[in-house]
Design a protein around this ligand. Structure first.
Ligand SMILES: [Zn+2]
Ligand SMILES: [Zn+2]
Length: 152
């Protein structure tokens, strides 16, 4: 007969085909019909008394290993924020640093925008206009990274 899962029987259960460990805990209010639930929900529940209100909230695995359900590795997040947090490193990688030709300020720009004429050389429309008025617009673009250099 199947006993309800406890933290003392950590590895009793199974890894599902998406890499989440599932445990038998039919008394969990959001258990599936089978009585099984992802282990991290149960760990969270046993440690905090809180039933995660999915999909509004989710449990994030801090170290990125979604079967490492130790309580210390878990963090409750709002769904939208969680998605943003996961996309942030990629968004940052897609940015590059540039120095404005007019005012010399360091600014960030999305890499794909460097293909647009004048982008990466001026921090703003304002600075672009000033430079053009001063007749210096044919200057070569200055960027910190050679790879993102732009030529007019
Ligand atoms: Zn996450
Ligand atoms: Zn500027």
């Amino acid at each position: 007969m199947l006993l309800p899962w406890t933290m003392g029987h950590w590895d009793t259960g199974y890894l599902d085909n998406r890499g989440y460990f599932r445990v038998y805990r039919p008394d969990y209010p959001r258990a599936y019909g089978s009585g099984y639930t992802k282990r991290y929900y149960i760990v969270w529940w046993l440690n905090t008394g809180e039933v995660i209100d999915t999909p509004r909230y989710i449990i994030h695995h801090k170290n990125g290993n979604k079967s490492d359900d130790r309580f210390d590795n878990l963090e409750k997040k709002e769904h939208g924020q969680h998605t943003l947090d996961h996309n942030k490193p990629r968004m940052e990688a897609a940015r590059t640093e540039c120095i404005c030709n007019t005012c010399g300020v360091l600014f960030h720009i999305k890499r794909h925008r460097l293909k647009e004429k004048g982008r990466g050389s001026y921090c703003s429309q304002q600075c672009y206009k000033i430079k053009r008025l001063l007749g210096g617009i044919k200057d070569e673009a200055h960027t910190l990274h050679r790879s993102s250099r732009v030529h007019f």
